[in-house]
Design a protein around this ligand. Sequence first.
Ligand SMILES: [Zn+2]
Ligand SMILES: [Zn+2]
Length: 279
Amino acid sequence: MRGSIPTPGPTTVRYGGNTSCVEVRMGGEIILLDAGTGLRALGRSLLAEFKDRPLNLTMLLTHTHWDHIQGLPFFGPIYNSRCRLRILGCEGTRKGLVNALTGQMESTYFPVPFNKLPSNIEIEELKDFNFNIGPVCVRAMRANHPGLCVGYRLFSPDSMIAFFPDTESRTGGKDREMIDFLRDVDLLILDSQYDSEEYQEHLGWGHGCVDDSVTLALQAGVKQLSLFHHDPDHDDKRIAGLVRHARQLVAKQKGQLKVDAAREGMTIKLPLKPVARRS
Ligand SMILES: [Zn+2]
Ligand SMILES: [Zn+2]
């Protein structure tokens, strides 16, 4: 949930210092969103849970900036022959997604080459922005971020979540396409790196501010907003202050939106929607 670079230390214990990585369990599938440094601990917990059983995972990458792929070489399941991992993402460089991911495991950077891994890994570039993972419908949309970067919306009959770890929301909720894409999601995990003052100094950098995140979430009728991609210079106190600020903004507008900041190890259980009855 941390942006740009891991930030371990006593001042980041509460929200955590690892970079972007979220696990989603939906429709019987295990879907991993991004492969930041948080992926290492997730790999440990998956191996502890599945032990000798086969592990089938799908990973959706938003883009190949370093903070979103750096955990992959340290992901335990890729060293396990019972693991199948399908990685989907956009072409991050002119050399393609495979090179972007495996290049970081060349001997200059890492001791174990990608082609020596015992697990079964498939890397596919997104050709279609609408696809399914088992019963889960996935839609991707371009994010407002330098290079080729997307966000995802995952939809099952029970719930809908959206993940935009790196995107600059347009000031004042002026992005109709984004509002439509996020319409009524139960949980929105959204880049909210800056406060509004900091944002003025980083216009066009591809990251958003808390005020715009709240506006966007309210306009889209989102139920729960998870502030994400915390600035490396923001300590726990600062992030807690941003959460308070966000909640005040919601209260001022008499909104129902729940807001929190993503933190390491946090689990969010989505309420099941009542099944629509046909009359
Ligand atoms: Zn990032
Ligand atoms: Zn990025």
